[in-house]
Design a protein around this ligand. Structure first.
Ligand code: FRU
Length: 307
């Protein structure tokens, strides 16, 4: 009987919530480059959700409001506050490289999310392969247009690595075709900029077959411009991100012909942070898979891009 009681007590203790001492053993600083875009709000929500089940960590969030200097200051604040680990989704590569390297050199593990910094002074990078997504978008568009046609490319911030890779990958994807990029512009990831650039493209070119936007807000901004000009029906629109409430919804509504998923990596960021804090070695780079959504496959959950 006594033995059973002991076993029962041990079981109750193991199921009990963690003691306050166990709570928030580690503080993680999360520096987000901006929260003005739905995709970034989703990334923070994914991090929050993944962290919820782990009372041993507290995540402190900072929003740099699309300002490199402010983001550098946030990283420095985290270092001064002595956080145990830093997560950062940087605005631009070059301006954030030094602050990340300094934190890393001081012994604070740094996980870089989605947009890379330069060099190798960080612990781990987590993100999807933008070059591969760009290439897949190129091949998909080439097939969709039957190997020829006039395309407008609305590029993401070209001082960020995803913008560069989504551009170079796409150009590789259409290299052997007769697709012409009539017009290209840097919309800096923002829908109002994309809309304005598209207005210029529409004014200059009477025949546009497709718009390739480096993100879904760009493709949607272009669609709105074409619709306002009464020309949306003449062309197709393709984007990247694939949030359920954004890109996937546009595909369902028939606004986008395709959109490519760009996973936020929020869950993987917390899993990796916990592994590092627990003393495990993690890979230098974690590449997340991506899929394409079209009206034909969206009800099946899209189609994964080949490895
Ligand atoms: C949000 C965003 C996404 C894009 C990602 C690239 O800020 O522009 O739309 O996929 O950043 O880093």
């Amino acid at each position: 009987m006594k033995r059973e009681l002991l076993i029962f007590a041990a079981l109750v203790l193991s199921l009990a919530p963690p003691s306050p001492a166990q709570k928030a053993r580690w503080t993680i600083g999360m520096s987000q480059c901006n929260l003005g875009e739905p995709w970034r709000v989703q990334m923070n929500a994914d991090i929050k959700k993944a962290a919820e089940g782990h009372p041993e960590i507290t995540v402190v969030y900072k929003d740099a409001q699309n300002d490199n200097l402010r983001q550098v200051a946030h990283i420095e604040e985290f270092v001064r506050a002595g956080v145990n680990l830093i997560l950062i989704s940087p605005k631009e590569a070059a301006p954030l490289t030094r602050a990340v390297a300094d934190a890393y050199d001081k012994g604070i593990p740094v996980i870089v999310l989605d947009r890379k910094v330069l060099g190798d002074r960080y612990t781990c990078f987590i993100g999807a392969d933008n070059k591969k997504i760009g290439r897949a978008a190129g091949s998909w568009i080439a097939k969709f247009l039957g190997g020829k046609g006039n395309v407008v490319e609305l590029k993401g911030l070209m001082t960020s690595i995803p913008g560069q890779d989504r551009n170079s990958g796409f150009r590789e994807g259409i290299r052997t075709t007769r697709i012409q990029v009539l017009f290209e512009a840097d919309m800096k990831w923002l829908e109002p900029n994309a809309r304005k650039e598209m207005e210029s493209a529409l004014a200059r070119f009477p025949k546009i077959d497709l718009v390739y936007g480096h993100n879904d807000p760009a493709a949607h901004g272009a669609y709105l411009a074409a619709k306002a000009a009464g020309r949306a029906g003449e062309m197709a629109f393709v984007g990247i991100d694939g949030l359920p409430q954004e890109g996937q919804m546009y595909v369902r509504q028939g606004i986008l012909s395709a959109c490519f998923e760009y996973p936020t990596g929020g869950r993987e960021a917390i899993e990796t942070a916990l592994a590092i804090l627990g003393g495990k070695t993690v890979p230098r780079e974690i590449t997340l898979p991506s899929r394409v959504y079209t009206k034909d496959n969206i009800d099946r959950g899209g189609e994964w891009l080949p490895e």
